[in-house]
Design a protein around this ligand. Sequence first.
Ligand code: ADP
Length: 270
Amino acid sequence: MTASLRFLADAAPAAPAVPAARTGTALRTAAVEVRYPNGTQALQATSLVFEPGRFTVLLGASGAGKSTLLRCLNGLVRPTAGTVSVDGIGELRSAAALQQHRRSTGMVFQQHHLIGRLSVLSNVLMGRLGYHSSWATLRPWSRSEKESALAAIERVGLLDRALDRADELSGGQQQRVGVARALVQQPRVLLADEPVASLDPATAEHLLSLMQRICRSDGLTAVVSLHQVELARRHADRIVGLKGGAVVFDGAPSALGSQAVLELYGPAGT
Ligand code: ADP
């Protein structure tokens, strides 16, 4: 860490230490179905287990149900049938269970949702907000929170940009800030909805490699949606292929042959 960044971390009074790094926790869907109010059956009865330390890619064409499944996994969409549960928390039904799960779930989005005029560091610190009651957010960030944020920024290779405005960074760098913001939560679960959709191919490779490396080293449960077959083949530990809201493939990338790809991306009913 450079001297100026160390000064920044020293600027606020000491506060309770940030919890130690945590490993992943399993997510389970049991016969989960989603029918939206307009009648669209986005997910058919789906039973899956997502294990810690595994980088699972949800693969499928647009409209296949990837986002809907991800949103069930973080409790943003309530299944119309079936249950989603998290080891150590239980079924995601009560407000308390949902809050506990969301605190330990880092989200990375297609659009990074950064505040452009704020620094990289300030954006990453936003990831800590879930840990505080609303009144507590009015106080300055503690030294340990700033240190955690700088450590997360260092992990995504942007420490030298920590004090720059977020909107001065390239698209790929901004997406890495989004990853750092998720990491500063010290999540057990990392969910990402098409995180590379707006990146060029080389930047997409780099971001996925980074996310995969971090998830493996921290033992996180990672579920990432993609629509590019080759990216999924190169980066996934496991591919769950969706079509028309149903799981049509579940296995290792090496098992995803051309027939399975045809089934995933061919016309409905093939
Ligand atoms: P994917 O992420 O694979 O593109 P989605 O989960 O977004 O797929 O969508 C699955 C299906 O559900 C699509 O037919 C889509 O149009 C529909 N859908 C998604 N969100 C909603 C919603 N909020 N209300 C109604 N239909 C939706």
